[in-house]
Design a protein around this ligand. Structure first.
Ligand SMILES: [Zn+2]
Ligand SMILES: [Zn+2]
Length: 392
């Protein structure tokens, strides 16, 4: 039994601190250098074929989705249940992304959520943008506590992938892309584009979530955490850039909760749900989302008011508090009416007039909420909150 397994059975893997992790350092330096130097030289000298582009798209997409849908939403957050075959695919193509075993990835990610912005957060943004992006991987000094992934240790596929990570990763992430390249294009373009360039693209997309989404963007649903929503990161990571939402509601299978939010991972999950390979999808209600958003908006305005004089601040805070409580009450009333309507709809013997009047109350409550929400939106504009104390 090797040292890693012995440590794992003790529940913890302590790596020496503040030392270069040479395996990671060489791997990430070489893949990055080949991608930004070797790949352009190759394309300049030999051109690029449609097959190369399609294979790059295919390998980026399947390995990216294995991380977002498989490692992240399925294994780390248990946002839904999946057929064992899908779990296997997640492990296989997840290994191809070269982001460590699912067990290690999940353990560190659960710590990230639990201890975000503290020293126990493996990719703590408080230690700087570079550290959160890749420094923690190159100069890793965070202990891995496998106690938080006991649930996954019962799965034999997950344990096999963890204990044989390198063969899994090399087979799925290097040999298979090379084979598809040899069959359709040539081995050199496959090595450079489907392996090196694809690895760099998927790696840094994932890393942007830990760096950019904890540094830039909007704290739409919670200002207590550094997590923020950033549309550009969502675009390149199959929808993972809605990070403020994700930190506020980590068990939701969606990261972009609105239908038009760019979140291919949630669309894949919904499709798999339709065909029966995925079930028990977790999602929070729109009322919980609206409540979180209103609370975050209030907190943002409160922090803005701190830079104003005492008199202005006290008056504006009081005004804000009153409007906030009113808005929450209207939201709560809307939710109650919707629930009441849903209960009546389920009761076969409910009279149609009762159902109709419940529906009307729900509609009216929604309209009232939207009106007050619009007023609230005008109030919390920065100049308005200072000057509109007589807001009605
Ligand atoms: Zn995060
Ligand atoms: Zn997460």
């Amino acid at each position: 039994m090797n040292q890693k397994l012995r440590n794992m059975n003790k529940g913890i893997d302590r790596t020496s601190s503040h030392t270069i992790k040479w395996r990671n350092f060489l791997f990430f330096t070489i893949t990055f250098a080949v991608s930004i130097i070797g790949v352009p030289i190759y394309i300049y000298a030999h051109g690029i074929t449609a097959a190369d582009v399609i294979l790059f798209g295919f390998w980026s997409t399947v390995t990216g989705l294995a991380i977002t849908v498989g490692y992240h939403r399925l294994l780390a957050h248990r946002a839904f249940k999946a057929h064992p075959f899908l779990v296997f695919l997640s492990l296989f193509f997840g290994a191809a992304a070269f982001e460590e075993s699912a067990l290690q990835w999940t353990s560190q990610h659960r710590d990230h959520h639990k201890y975000v912005d503290t020293d126990r957060d493996p990719y703590n943004i408080k230690q700087g943008f570079f550290y959160a992006h890749i420094g923690w991987i190159l100069f890793h000094n965070h202990p891995i506590d496998y106690e938080n992934v006991k649930d996954l240790q019962r799965n034999k596929f997950i344990m096999h992938q963890h204990q044989n990570y390198v063969p899994w990763a090399v087979t799925a992430g290097i040999l298979l892309p090379l084979l598809t390249g040899i069959l359709w294009s040539n081995w050199l373009s496959a090595l450079l584009i489907s392996v090196f360039a694809r690895l760099t693209f998927v790696h840094h997309g994932t890393f942007f979530i830990n760096s950019v989404c904890h540094y830039f963007g909007k704290p739409t649903y919670d200002i207590q955490s550094s997590a923020k929503d950033h549309w550009l990161v969502a675009f390149i990571t199959n929808g993972e850039g809605y990070h403020s939402f994700h930190h506020r509601f980590p068990s939701d299978y969606r990261n972009g909760h609105k239908w038009y939010h760019w979140d291919p991972s949630k669309w894949v999950i919904a499709l798999m749900d339709r065909v029966g390979l995925i079930w028990d999808l977790k999602r929070v209600s729109k009322f919980q989302i609206l409540a979180a958003r209103i609370t975050a908006e209030r907190a943002i305005v409160e922090s803005y008011l701190n830079c104003h004089s005492h008199t202005v601040r006290v008056a504006a805070l009081e005004n804000l508090k009153v409007r906030y409580e009113q808005l929450k009450q209207v939201l709560y009333a809307w939710e109650l009416h919707v629930k009441e309507y849903a209960v009546l709809c389920r009761e076969a013997q409910a009279k149609s007039e009762l159902v109709k009047s419940a529906l009307k109350r729900a509609h009216d409550a929604r309209r009232t909420f939207l009106q007050m929400r619009a007023q609230w939106g005008r109030l919390i504009e920065k100049p308005a909150i200072v000057f509109s104390f007589d807001f009605a």
